[in-house]
Design a protein around this ligand. Sequence first.
Ligand code: B1H
Length: 817
Amino acid sequence: YPGWKPSPEIAARWKKLTAPKELTEEHIQEEFVNHATKTLARSAFNMDDFAAYQASAYSVRDQLIDQWNSTQMYHTTVSPKRVYYLSLEFLIGRSMDNALLNLGIKDRYANAIDKLGFNMEDLVEQETDAALGNGGLGRLAACFMDSLATLDYPAWGYGIRYNYGIFEQSIVDGYQTEHPDYWLTFGNPWEIQRLDITYPVAFGGTVIRSKGASGGFVYTWEPTERVVAVAHDFPIPGFGTKSTINIRLWSSKPSNEFDFASFNAGEYEKSVKEQTDAENITSCLYPNDNHYIGKKLRLKQQYFFVCATLQDIIRRFKKTGEPWSEFPKHVAIQLNDTHPTIGIVELQRILIDEEGLDWDGAWKIVTKVYSYTNHTVLPEALEKWTVPLLKELLPRHMMIIFDINLFFLQSVERRYPGDREKLRRMSIIEEGVPQSVRMAYLAVVCCHTVNGVAELHSDLVQKQLFSEFVEYFGAGRFTNVTNGVTPRRWLHQANPRLSALITKTLKSQHWLKDLSELAKLKQFASDPEFQRKWMEIKASNKKRLAEHIAAHCNVYVNPDAIFDVQCKRIHEYKRQFMNILQVIHRYEELQKMTDEVLAKQVPRVVIFAGKSAPGYYIAKMVIKLINNAANVINYNLRTSKYLQLVFIPNYNVSLAEIIIPASDISQHISTAGTEASGTSNMKFVLNGGLIVGTVDGANIEIGEETGPENIFLFGVLTPEVEDIRHKQTYGTGIKVDPKLDSVVESIRDGTYGQPAIFEPLLHIDTMRKVDACFQNKAEWAKKSILAAASMGKFSSDRSINDYAKNIWHISPLPPPE
Ligand code: B1H
């Protein structure tokens, strides 16, 4: 800030004034009342839980900002290599409880506020989720931020501050209904609006080619649309450290120059339209999980956010005064899927067109900076922007993509002379009418490292999706980083009683920073007293969920039954349909039983939750089917003691925090080879739930850690799936008639080879096994404890350390005490 430099005396006074005060209960109360009366203009006679939540939130925010300031100032003085995590989604959920726990001040706050007549547990419930993501991909980004802060890495998250997050779901007559999620109605204490940090972003227009001073061509982009990106900072506190890092989310605003031009020309409506068009860029999160929709506004969102982000990163780099060749020593950029991939092209453009580097010099820098995480192999989820759309919005970027492709294919041609089919297959441009850009190929060609998110997935990425690129670039470019989840939110915060039991048993809280320490619980797995405490906590979590279900589904579920949960986005590949068929089958079996046999059944509550993309017809019909089945099953008075079925509306982070600690078993039953990793599977086991799952994604690695006796895996392996699909498609599959029970039985046995199309049968078998196991309470408790104690590997701290060491090459930088 060149305008103002404090004199030494002023700097000293400043330091004295900003020195943190001791956080006594009295000081907390002062701050609380101060915010209630000044920030909110309330009085003691005009308070309610929501106002009390806001007052607490603003005072916790002050604590965050202090830590955040000192972390950022320290990073600025050291100027280390930083990682920038670029993601179109950050599924953060609530912040207050998390901030209180990570800062280690929850009890003090709760006591202080109690004496002012408020209950912290109630206040925490007042907060609306920051739901700026669809599912696993967005939640992973949020877990990674928690780990980056906790492990003291110099890191920034960058994304979009959507005005509307993922829609709210209600169930009307059994159907999903969507409602807008305007989460900012009452302001947001967890962000700092930075009206001083803005960057211009441009779209459209043409590119003019002219002769440059040194003889080569220079390209000038003359855009037709200009908007402004405004920064909003979300401080992310680490657990048990002073490090507080930043997620910077951009919001779009109209650019004044343009507005005035049309306004003065008397084109009032045109100028208003330009204003609203500009603001619309960051209005809505696209509600598709694992599905690509080629919408122009989505591409605008992508470019808008990477354009602002790169200007911010470059501004920070330029403060070092070092030459461009040093850029990769200060900057690592991680692309969370291909969604920010246009940022690669943007950096190449800036270096050439604005900074005057030549192509090769720019390319050397770009390819040292970027790395890319692939999150799916499903073809319908892979981004392919059409060339006409890219040309229209980003004409200069389109030229650069063609150049990247040209140089790439030229070198492929040198390696494999005359193999035109190979060039066609590997080209970044897919031929067709119109042509399109394969964003994943663009990312693979430009990034130094490409990773999948679980062992099996990374294997498929290398052997199927990008096999020819592995051959061409070498296997060294490709790697695996298995996903993880933060134990702070997903155990300590969501399941405080279990966290306290673990801390008491291990005589330290250190396991929350090194999850592998959970293994020490294994020695207590058969201890009846420990088992009793462990299962008592599960029972109380189940009661809590039962209350939620009573309030939201109007069904009184039996808390002693097995709680059998499938909560995730509704998708064909995740096979909620197979699960509901299995439930209906179970219901029909119950109908046939005599009272005597019925009385011996293990009671079960089947719990579904999850959103469908608004335009995904089949997924919506699955929701309707579940609700219709629930209406039949729950009202059968003879069997409802043994089987109940609920669909809990509006699955989100906060609801997950209630459901996950309450499950006995959870289902992760995707067709083998389709679920890249899954992350809720890790959360369920961490909370003492067991998995019923297929041999897919991270289930496999979870099973390796727990041992096969503490996980219920079933079904065929990935390589068999294609084979079986083929047989089904071409009519050699076998149709089943109920009269053919013995035939089915032999198919089930595997007499005729692996029974993949009969996976529903194997699913049913597995459920019978679960019933049998659940009846032996001690054995079940032991499995639950041993499984949870094996989850050390699945902390997002381990994932982040893997990325830092093998991909980003950055080190922790703990702030001085
Ligand atoms: C995952 C997505 C995804 N994979 C496109 N891919 C999207 C793709 O808005 N879009 O266009 C949004 C999301 N999400 C998930 O990532 C995987 O399905 C999970 O298996 C995985 O655990 C998670 C995190 O890696």
